[in-house]
Design a binder for this molecule. Structure first.
Ligand code: NAI
Length: 316
């Protein structure tokens, strides 16, 4: 197999998740961080998570938690971390200068075959990779939190990224069980966040204008739109809600445009509405680490169940 060893740079929330996903796919993983303490706690956390996933029967991959855990090693020496790796996934904090510094360091020590990939949520490849000697091997692979349960990965090339880098990254993501999508060019927010921000903006305006309460707004998504979006996207929804897309446009374009023309400006996300939404959310889920963690755990359990259902529905 071409990609047998990967390096993960940064062992925080996302780095840990990537390490687990790659280990489940049978890859040797070297986890690098500047702080030994971070690495120690990352390993403890990964072992615990793997054991729990195994116990609940939802560990990914075909080997045991013990076997998968044994594939992961840690180090605080960048050169040693990337030695022998064919794919490097950078997961350091979302800070352009820091990431540029790290890719600059990597650029000096890697060969011509390794892929340099960033987990960045919103920094554009042209900002991250321009000027690097190995720019052809650079790409963004943007995961969705939590990547272990939500498989989508947005693959975003730099204008100078070699098409083979994109293809290899795509194939690798498939191999480890993620669900990659390719963007043909970079764009602010990539695609997932553009869609997400469109929804958040309108949610914010509706709550801000007093049309609906914050908790009811969320229900519109979780018990309404979201139910179908876990299986079919907005375009297929159009297709199925009429006799095909063309028929949908014939029937509904005027109505859609009427509604869309009433959308307000980009919200400020400040002031009174923040307090209003915060109060409603905090009543339901107090902003206390223990409560937030319990709710996140519940979310992950839901996503695991949904992932199982999706697999089952696919094989039907
Ligand atoms: P985090 O703060 O949990 O982890 C960052 C890790 O990087 C820490 O372990 C830190 O010690 C380490 N680090 C700091 N400087 C370093 C350096 N010079 N070299 C190596 N390691 C260094 O951050 P998180 O949430 O894991 O985010 C990582 C990246 O993933 C960011 O670019 C973020 O935008 C992206 N991302 C985050 C998502 C999220 O929901 N948290 C979702 C998708 C992408």
């Amino acid at each position: 197999m071409e990609h047998s060893q990967v390096a993960i740079i940064g062992s925080g929330l996302i780095g840990r998740s990537w390490a687990m996903v790659f280990a489940a796919g049978g890859f040797k993983v070297k986890l690098y961080d500047i702080a030994q303490q971070q690495l120690t706690s990352a390993l403890e956390n990964i072992r615990k998570q793997m054991k729990e996933l195994e116990k609940s029967g939802v560990l990914k991959g075909s080997s045991s938690a013990e076997q998968q855990f044994a594939l992961i090693s840690v180090c605080t020496d960048l050169k040693a971390a990337v030695e022998g790796a064919t794919f490097i996934q950078e997961c350091t904090p979302e800070n352009l200068e820091l990431k540029k510094k790290i890719f600059g360091q990597l650029d000096l020590i890697v060969g011509d075959n390794v892929i340099l990939s960033s987990s960045t949520s919103c920094l554009l490849p042209s900002k991250l990779f321009t000027g690097l000697k190995h720019v052809k091997q650079c790409i963004v692979s943007h995961p969705v939190n939590p990547p272990y349960f939500v498989p989508l990965v947005e693959i975003v090339p730099h204008p100078e990224t070699d098409p083979s880098t994109t293809e290899r990254t795509y194939a690798l993501m498939k191999k480890i069980g993620q669900s990659p999508v390719k963007l043909n060019r970079e764009i602010e927010g990539f695609v997932l966040n553009r869609l997400q921000y469109a929804v958040i903006s309108e949610a914010w305006r509706l709550v801000g204008e007093g049309v609906i309460s914050p908790t009811d707004l969320d229900l519109v998504m979780s018990d309404g739109l979201g139910m179908r979006y876990a299986f079919i996207g907005p375009l297929e929804t159009m297709h199925l809600n009429a006799e095909g897309i063309a028929n949908y446009c014939e029937r509904y374009s005027e109505g859609m445009r009427l509604v869309l023309n009433t959308f307000g400006p980009v919200p400020e996300f400040s002031g009174e509405i923040v307090q209003k939404v915060n109060q409603a959310m905090s009543e339901k889920i107090p902003v206390v680490p223990k409560v937030l963690d319990a709710r996140r755990k519940w979310r992950d359990d839901c996503l695991t169940g949904l992932a199982k259902l999706k697999t089952q529905m696919k094989s039907n």
